[in-house]
Write a protein that binds this ligand. Structure first.
Ligand code: DP6
Length: 330
């Protein structure tokens, strides 16, 4: 099934709605995967091979303001920089916007992210999720959050988890049209749970996660073991959240990220997001842990680390990692 058919089947008659003349605004949080989404069963619809689970970062994320353009062109800016609509991200954005508008509709879109987007600290998740929420307002679609999650996934897979606060599971689903592949908020909360954002580099990554996951599937036989690993890790992480077992959550999350990066290192050609500084930080985290401090990390498609710890250890972690931004999402 094609993207346009998915949009049509969700929106139906609402595709003919007249857009508002005033501007609308929507926010979506960024999310950090504790159990990663790595690999697609459908590249056009961003349907994943496995389910995944994330934590949303409260007020850290992206705000999108959208209004109809006064000239015959689209204008999109991200943190006050005009996006080149001929760039690969720009083209992706246009393909996405074309799903929802009549040809003559052009947009002015202003996106502000309060977290570095391309450095793997945040994926494009909060951008696409806030854009879908803003379009829902602009065209008065009145869609459910689950339907918005499916549409956000068409922009970027991980965006389908950014429609909710707290812990969110993205169900992989089995259907070819992806109508059963969306996020779902877990009921459990964990107010003491903290995420520390450790910025190693803000430079844009050379290999996109889209390309890296595809290369992993195509060239690494070890990927066969990934679904089994995710099934186990997902169950352990959900149990850990329900029982507030921080050690189980930390060790499972860290091992899940390390396997994802190990697979990337052994693809052809290899992909390495870690820099010497990333590796030194990992060693420091392992040393602190061996000295009795419960701290773990996760890493996405970039050199930066996200530390996981409980609020009771905030002060000591801030001392050990000066400059680290601490988010307590619950
Ligand atoms: C490592 O959602 O950015 O952050 O669907 O191709 O847009 P596309 O990929 P994207 O990949 C995120 C990968 C990850 C893991 C995760 O967030 O689950």
């Amino acid at each position: 099934m094609k993207m346009v058919e998915v949009a049509q089947s969700i929106l139906g008659e609402r595709l003919h709605n007249t857009p508002a003349t005033s501007s609308v605004k929507a926010f979506a949080p960024t999310n950090i995967a504790l159990c990663k989404y790595w690999g697609k069963r459908d590249q056009e619809l961003n349907l994943p091979v496995t389910s995944s689970l994330s934590i949303s970062l409260g007020d850290k994320g992206a705000t999108t303001i959208i209004r109809m353009s006064s000239d015959a062109h689209d204008h999109v800016s991200l943190n006050d920089q005009e996006i080149d609509l001929a760039s690969s991200f720009g083209k992706r954005l246009i393909v996405f916007l074309n799903l929802f508008r009549k040809t003559r509709d052009k947009f002015d879109i202003i996106i502000h992210a309060n977290i570095p987007i391309a450095a793997g600290l945040a994926s494009s998740a909060s951008g696409f999720a806030s854009l879908v929420k803003a379009l829902n307002e602009l065209y008065q679609w009145n869609l459910s959050t689950q339907e918005l999650s499916i549409l956000a996934r068409l922009g970027s897979g991980s965006a389908c988890r950014s429609l909710w606060d707290g812990f969110v599971e993205w169900h992989a689903g089995v259907r070819a049209d992806g109508m059963d592949s969306f996020g779902e908020k877990l009921q459990a909360t964990w107010p003491e749970f903290c995420v520390g954002l450790l910025l190693v580099s803000e430079k844009e990554k050379e290999v996109s996660s889209r390309e890296a996951m595809q290369r992993t599937i195509e060239t690494n036989a070890a990927y066969q073991r990934w679904p089994e690993k995710v099934t186990k890790d997902l169950a352990a992480i959900k149990l850990a959240i329900n029982e507030k077992n921080f050690e189980l959550l930390g060790k499972t999350t860290e091992s899940n990220a390390l396997m994802m990066h190990a697979m990337m290192l052994t693809t052809q050609p290899p992909i390495q997001y870690s820099t010497p500084e990333t590796l030194a930080l990992m060693q420091k985290i392992w040393r602190l842990r061996s000295e009795g401090l419960p701290v773990y990390f996760t890493q996405d498609a970039g050199p930066n680390l996200k530390l996981l710890f409980l609020a009771e250890n905030k002060v000591v972690l801030a001392q050990n990692f000066p400059g680290m931004e601490i988010v307590q999402p619950g």
